[in-house]
Design a protein around this ligand. Structure first.
Ligand code: HEC
Length: 186
């Protein structure tokens, strides 16, 4: 192929765009278009809360439980004790619960708290996944009550979905016997 048949660079410098539409019309169209997109764009769907089975699966995940433990150590030991034995706040190792022992109950107890009784609504201070991890850590304590903790409070049923640690059943502090309320938590 002869070299002079190659298309060369355009001659004569700038080639003006001759569309007949003034440049500012494009700017206006762009702004209007973006505004329309912003209005029409659907608001993001709220992320749904995990279901009870999804939350229960977290208790089997050692990393989630370890995260829960580290958040617990930072925020919860003052009121619930170093290992959940209870102090100003209730014992979290025994078999009775004020608000219920399902994972969804624990997530609600932690997230919404009960400020009137001194339990902070933690969802304003920690992330959602940290609330879930805290609940998983607390559920993992099932069966660690050794009688040295605070007297059990509440009448809600014990954790039934997670095997007690060490293969032994969860226990109440000695001498305590309570009729367990099996109706769903309020
Ligand atoms: C300032 C003290 C205080 C702190 C800090 C605190 N709690 Fe509590 N917590 C309480 C009190 C008091 C209750 C009982 C509330 C009631 O009677 O409803 C409670 C209740 C609970 C319950 C429900 C227990 C049941 O029997 O149903 C859970 C679960 C719980 N707290 C977890 C936590 C976790 C996790 C943290 C740390 C992120 C935490 N708490 C930090 C005082 C505290």
């Amino acid at each position: 192929m002869p070299a002079d048949s190659q298309p060369g660079p355009p001659q004569g410098g700038r080639t003006p765009i001759r569309s007949g539409i003034p440049w500012w019309c494009w700017v206006v169209a762009l702004v209007v278009g973006l505004a329309a997109m912003a209005v029409a764009w659907p608001a993001p769907e709220p992320i749904p809360e995990p279901t009870e089975p999804e939350l229960r699966a977290l208790v089997a995940d050692a990393r989630v439980v370890a995260t829960g433990r580290s958040v617990y150590v930072r925020y919860c030991v003052t009121c619930h004790g170093t290992v959940g034995q209870g102090a100003q706040g209730p014992n979290l190792r025994d078999d009775l619960w004020i608000k219920g022992s399902d994972m969804t109950d624990l997530v609600r107890s932690i997230g919404d708290g009960n400020p009137a009784r001194g339990m902070v609504a933690w969802k304003t201070f920690v992330s959602r996944s940290e609330v879930h991890a805290l609940a998983a850590y607390i559920a993992s304590l099932h069966g660690t009550e050794d009688g040295s903790g605070k007297t059990a409070e509440g009448t809600r049923a014990p954790i039934g979905y997670w095997p007690p640690r060490g293969g032994e059943g969860g226990i109440l502090p000695p001498g305590q016997k309570v009729e367990v309320d099996k109706t769903p938590a309020p």
